[in-house]
Write a protein that binds this ligand. Structure first.
Ligand code: CMP
Length: 140
């Protein structure tokens, strides 16, 4: 097994309900370590660029508006198989399909306001981490 880093975003629906600590506790309980973290209010241009891969999907505009509706907390999570581990802890994109005990099952409001984002591959993780963090901000 390899030590990996992945990009996590605690989304506006979760920061609004003051759930940041409860969500981070789930990551840490699963063996993931927060090696970088900041709270920011994304601009629309940032949200559009971050989710550019979805730009032709019907939910793209609503998703970008939602992501700028309040602050987010972006993090680099590090650990064994961090990309897959984080996705396991998050649960399915749609909370209706998420397994018991996952972040989205416990906290998500809807498929859009689903509390967290996590990179879906190691390659995307590298790109998404670089989108938000410089190397000097990541402290393992
Ligand atoms: P995330 O993991 O951040 O990746 C893309 C996001 O788009 C996803 O979580 C959801 O917030 C959102 N999303 C995915 N599918 C849909 C959908 N069918 N309707 C609305 N939003 C969606």
């Amino acid at each position: 097994m390899a030590t990996e880093q992945t990009l996590s975003i605690i989304k506006p629906d979760a920061t609004r309900r003051n759930l940041t600590g409860k969500i981070i506790a789930k990551f840490e309980e699963a063996g993931l370590r927060v090696v970088a973290q900041k709270r920011l209010h994304m601009t629309l241009a940032m949200a559009q660029a971050f989710y550019a891969v979805h730009k032709d999907r019907p939910f793209y505009n609503d998703l970008c508006q939602f992501m700028v509706s309040g602050p987010v907390v972006v993090q680099v999570l590090q650990g064994e198989n961090a990309v897959a581990k984080n996705r396991e802890v998050m649960g399915a994109t749609n909370p209706a399909n998420a397994a018991p005990g996952t972040v989205r099952k416990e906290f998500a409001e809807s498929i859009e306001a689903n509390s967290v984002h996590g990179s879906d591959s190691l390659e995307n993780a590298r790109n998404e981490i670089a989108f938000f963090f410089s190397q000097t901000e990541i402290v393992g």
